[in-house]
Each structure stands twice: as C-alpha cells, then as structure tokens.
Design a binder for this molecule. Sequence first.
Ligand code: SAM
Ligand code: SF4
Length: 353
Amino acid sequence: MTQVLLDTAADRVMTGPLVDRHGRVATDLRVSLTDRCNLRCTYCMPAEGLEWMPDSHVLTDDEMIRLIAIAVEQLGVREVRFTGGEPLLRRGLERLIAETTALRTHDGVAPETSITTNGLGLAHRAAGLAAAGLSRVNVSLDTLDRERYATITRRDRLPAVLAGLEAADRAGLRPVKINTVLMRGVNDDEAVDLLRWSVDHGYHLRFIEQMPLGPRESWDRTQMVTAAEILASLRTGFDLTEHTVDERGAAPAQTWTVDGGGPDGTWDVGVVASVTGPFCGSCDRVRLTSDGRLRNCLFAHKETDLLELVRSGMDDATLAEAWRTAMWGKRRQHGIDTDGFVQPRRPMSAIGG
Ligand code: SAM
Ligand code: SF4
C-alpha cells in the first residue's frame, strides 16, 4: 500500500489521490452495480429479499462510467471491482467493463477490472466478459454439496455455479478465486474438502469470516467460525506455509502456500479475518453504491451522495473534490469486535461486498 504521512488537517491534499487523515491511500474502487440478487444467502439476505432500490435512484451506465473515469483519471484508482447484489444482473455490465478498461491512470496504465459474482449465468457470459476486458473473477461458493448449497442460498443452483467457474477458467479470467463463508454447524466441516477441490481445479480459495452485515439475527459473534478455527481445520489436511507481509501487500486475505505449492507451485489458500484480525491499517478501498453513494468503509455510517451532485450538474473537479473530502474522514478502524460497534443500516448486498 502507498502510505503518505500527514499530521494535521492543514496538510490535507486538495488535489491528487484519495488520502485519509490516517495516511492511507485508496486505490481500489468497489462499484456495486445493483442491490438485487437471484440468490438469498442466509448470511446476506432475508428469504423474502429486500426492498429493492427503484430504477430512478440507480446510477445510469453513463453516470457510473463518468464517476469511474474521475476515480481512475484524477483520483489514483488503479483497480475496479464490480460487485453487488449480483453484478451479472446488470444489463450494461459488458459495456461498463469495456469502458472502464479503456480508461488510463495519470501514468498511462489501464485499471485492473474484476467482478465478484455468485456465478449464476457466468457459464454463458464468461467469454464475452473476457472479450470486454475483464481481468478476473471471484466466485462465491460455500459448499460442494447440492442440498447444502440449496439450504445456504435458498436456491438449488450449485450446478450452474460450477459450470460458471469452469467457463471463467476456460475464458482465462484467472486467477479464478473462490470466496467462502463458513457457518458453524452448516458447512464448517467442509474446509478441507473445499480446499482439496479448489487446488485440484486450479482455483484460489479465500475464506471470509462472517461479518455483521446481513439480516440482524444472522450474526452471532459467539457462533462465528473464526480464522483461527478455519486454519486449524485446514492444517488437519494440508501443510501450510504462511506468506510474508510483502507477498500479501494490501490484500485483506492472509495467505498460505498449500503443500509446498503443489506440482505447479500455485496452490494457495487465504483467510480474510475481518472480525478477529482486521486489516484496517492497510485498507486501500473505497466503495460506490449503485445509488451513487460513496462509502469510505464497508462499515461506515456516513455516505456522500454523488448521485445528487451528478444530477444537479456539478463538474468533474467538484465531484473529485467531494470524493477526496469523503475519503479524508475515513475512520481508523471499523471496530466490529468492540463493545460500541453498531451495524450499518445498509446491508452488504446494497453496499457491495
Ligand atoms: N452476489 C455476489 C457474490 O455473492 O459474490 C457479489 C456480492 S456479495 C455481497 C460479495 C461477497 O460478500 C460474497 O463473497 C459473499 O459471500 C460475501 N458476504 C455476503 N454477506 C457476508 C457476510 N455477512 N459476511 C461475510 N461475507 C459476506
Ligand atoms: Fe446474493 Fe451475493 Fe448476497 Fe448471496 S452473498 S445473497 S449471492 S448478494
């Protein structure tokens, strides 16, 4: 991560990158394309879904591209991840990807563009997404058991996800990463099987500690499967060697080489300890929601309304300055594991995970 040292508000950079008062620089933009989804994962959404945003409140493709262009060309963003809700449900996705990869940073580099998806529909979209310029995908998959999958996501769609993963790999959207949330008594006995299957297929598995961002009753700190437990479970089946901090960079996942890297040296696994080992000190992210709100943290309580500024005719320089101001106030830590923690009102599916 790029670090700049700033001691007082007077030092605040009025032009240039997205710096906050704690010296972090945001270069990784997560863009939520929709709050809607075709699954209902228990840790993310209630069975009946949520009250979806009306279309008129959602950024149009042109508005979204304008904001992404400001981020890349003026604010130092180097990576753009499309997420949601389910990003494959956004009709203009291929165009959004193509226009994003056509952008250049101030030093002439194309931003790396990826998506986080549940994989439904990826089987027939992967080649087109790659042709549009997508670099890689993260696919969410919590179990290899069809019945369990249907219980966790409330939809019987496991075969479609597996087909999507294969298509992504064939289309060269690599490294294909898998995001997994383990829940006690539901799928916490599958860590070893999931990793064995992932390395056999050349996928890179990342376990994510469950966070308090879904339905209120779905998170219980005392029941959460911790990173330490996940690791202990994995060590029953594999020899794990931890990567150094330099190898990890600003990435939230702590990563390990699996069984010496396997025959081609690529076997690895990651654990994102958002709750028990927060990585706020090296966080380089900023989030734009589908209704045009800027969030300087997944757990922020304040948002900056860029949609309103865009629709009231503000110029790019004003939008860029509003963006910098929003980032400056980023809190040092999210504090999930502290007594005073309050869950944000906006659920994960409407923020963009
Ligand atoms: N629908 C897409 C998907 O599932 O990949 C993208 C959006 S989803 C909100 C992004 C990621 O957030 C997924 O990997 C999902 O497993 C994860 N996620 C959702 N709710 C979570 C929670 N309460 N705690 C931890 N991760 C969560
Ligand atoms: Fe949909 Fe992703 Fe949330 Fe599951 S985790 S309900 S796929 S947004």
